[in-house]
Design a protein around this ligand. Sequence first.
Ligand code: AHR
Length: 650
Amino acid sequence: MRNKILLALWLAASGPMGCLAAPGTITIQVDRPTVSLPETLYGLFYEDINNAADGGLYAELVQNRSFEYHSLESKNIQLKLEGFVDFTPLSAWQKVEQEGGACNLSVESAQPLNDNNPHYALLRIVNAGKGVGLSNDGFGGISVEKGASYDFSLFAKRSASPDAPLRITLRNAAGEAIGTATVPGISTKWERHTAVLVPTETAEKATLEVVTTGAGEVCLDMVSLFPRDTFKGRNNGLRNDLAQAIAELNPKVFRFPGGCIVHGHGLENAYRWKETVGPVEARKPNWNLWGYHQTHGLGYFEYFQLCEDIGAEPLPILAVGVSCGFRKPNEFAPLDEVQPWIDDALDLVEFANGPADSRWGRVRAEMGHPAPFNLKYVGLGNEDHDTPGFRARFPIFVKALREQCPEIKIVGTSGLGPKVPLYDCMCEQRVDLSDEHYYQPPEWFIENQHRFDAWDRSQPPVFVGEYASRGNTMYNAVAEAIYLTGIERNADLVQMTAYAPLFARYGFTQWKAANLIWFDHKTVVRTPNYYVQQLFSLNKGDVYLENKADFGAATNLAVAASLDKATGDVVVKIANASGQAVETILHLAGVGATASEGTLTLLAGEKTAANTLEQPGRIQPVASRIKVGKHFAYTIPPMSVQFIRIPPGR
Ligand code: AHR
């Protein structure tokens, strides 16, 4: 009888011609929950690579605003990056001399704004003419919108003509003024001045010009232009569209600020969080081992604030006095000089969680956040190489954190690649989570979907903190989805995951194979991989349900199922990396009744299909209502990932 019903369903579903192959079956045991799916399972990994920060998420439109860029030629950047153009203190700036104007423009350091910001522009006015000054073209042009407000600011002083104003002008690509403002007068002392610009037209490649008349010397620093419309309206804020794209991923953990930049190209270059907090003009910039410069305008305070804004647990990563193993020489802070690195970890906890009158809590409070950020995790090390130096230092950090901040969960590093060379060290240290990374072809993710099935549960849980299948096609996305079904099945062990890298700006890209979100000055391209991350997060559910799938001869399919306790929905996730549609019948066992209608969210496309600047929406999820029940037929489209929600019966 049961078979007859199924056959009837099958015939109804397979159309008038029928289908010769027997349908596959997916059986979900709704009464057999297995593991809880942790709140933190789907997260993000953010690194300033591919101009993810300056020229990316950080909304500043002026490039090299504080004249701190310098040549990186001698830095021996290992990946001599394709299209790498070296830097000077005047990168992105041009001298402006209007009708009879003449001046000398140089970058000086004799009377700096502060020690962390030692350089500034000096204009020596030879002949004022109609005006002399400088102009900035941002990151390949400044993009502005007609009618929107832009906040301009700078620090300036001058030796003479205190009443001569600064004229601030936005110009379009044809050189026409499309927005002006005036800073009325400049004293002989460094002072901050502000103005608001409202463009009269939209321009994608505008420049920002600052000119003056009068005589003498004019010093300029921290020349800045921000859209008023930042994410959540924050000062010194984030680009709204990019921050929105990450918020829509529904991330529950946010690992930052890297990646390789954390431990640096030699220890001198390591990311030291203390240099990234406090007033922006007093932060210490650093060169970025991905081949450019970072202002640290997007620093630790802004990262914590973003986490709060998007509801993700912050997971800051700190170097353990060991530089990046990929860059030679691999440096180690001498053991008797490792204390400042340990202090960085302990003080960070105070910065995030300490009372507003503690040393570092006060810095946070003065930045506008007296309440703690409620930091729960600290990451020690990033994909470190397996060296005696690392093995000697890591335990010292663990001990210090355990003793002084016992409430903090320690995320250690398993080292490089799926063979997790440092996992034994993490086991020995009993870290709370061990962070493993791999960039592999899509087939690897399909073949290794059972990686965690037989993992020794007595050892520390796992954070898959960086992974990607080296491509942004539909096939890559499906391969990653298949891997995620294996992770959900093993979510008692794997408690966090994050795709990597998160961002890439077209034309400023060092990591080309695959990134989750691509963008230019105005367009955000969500990849098929992005939608897989988003849909898995939005459809996670609370507890995994035992299930069994039999697709006969069809291969490269995988299934996960969970129960969403809030709605009572059974959520079935199916990934099909084959080129064939697969007829199947879903059975919900161990359940009284279900609703007769549910929802289907489907991501499907040709194997090589990808989203591009020209066609950002080629692949995107489509939601629809479908007939469901305790038994129902469903055709799994080729190259697809789907999420079927089956609500409970009444
Ligand atoms: O995600 C890009 C890089 O890959 C990260 O900086 C590093 O951790 C890994 O090698």
